[in-house]
Design a protein around this ligand. Structure first.
Ligand code: NI
Length: 199
């Protein structure tokens, strides 16, 4: 799939948005401070419950968009992110308790509630999986600067791939963007980045 290509397309945008904040206080200022990323959502979790962004008020959120049928990138990214999260649970349990890891599908047609449940439960019991109507998923993805596009299947009715942006984003207790989390790094690097920004 072309996830890495999409990622390259979106990263400069994120970095450009973050640039002014990085100049003066490189250590203290979150890289994504002030970026126009994030916002409201009303989706359904892996247990069929409605979840809105406001229900996460007071919690940090680690958001990753992908799809469960992804043949390679999404499962590997989610696995590493949750390994990093599990390390944080051991090294800094109070910080880990403040963080909600969230997977949002960009393929709601196939990622139904039971499919999402099976996917997230393979990685971590705390991982929340969200799906919903295609129109709402599209609107949420746009707010979170995630681009995705289903490829036409090789033959009608055959399985299809979905190109999508590949980025893990940390948001603060008010939903404010904080930093990109290096989902392609080691679990230790992911743990360190989460620990750095969660107060
Ligand atoms: Ni993927």
């Amino acid at each position: 799939m072309a996830a890495s290509t999409m990622n390259k397309a979106i990263l400069p945008l994120l970095l450009a948005l973050a640039l002014p904040a990085c100049q003066s206080q490189p250590a203290a200022e979150p890289p994504l401070a002030g970026a126009s990323i994030g916002g409201p959502f009303t989706l359904t979790d892996q247990d069929g419950r409605t979840r809105t962004d406001s229900m996460f008020a007071g919690q940090y959120r680690l958001m990753y968009f992908g799809y469960t049928f992804c043949p390679d990138v999404c499962p590997v990214d989610v696995q590493k992110l949750m390994q990093g999260y599990a390390l944080l649970e051991k090294s800094a349990p109070a910080k880990a308790a403040k963080l909600a890891p969230i997977f949002v599908t960009v393929d709601p047609k196939r990622d139904t509630v039971p499919v999402i449940k099976q996917f997230v439960s393979a990685f971590h019991p705390k991982l929340i999986g969200l799906t919903g109507p295609e129109s709402e998923v599209a609107a949420v993805a746009k707010r979170y600067a995630v681009v995705f596009r289903a490829q036409p299947p090789a033959t009608p009715g055959a399985a299809y791939l979905v190109d999508h942006s590949r980025q893990a984003m940390l948001f603060g207790p008010k939903g404010e963007p904080i930093a990109l989390i290096p989902q392609d790094g080691t679990p230790q690097e992911i743990e360190a980045e989460l620990a750095k920004w969660i107060a």
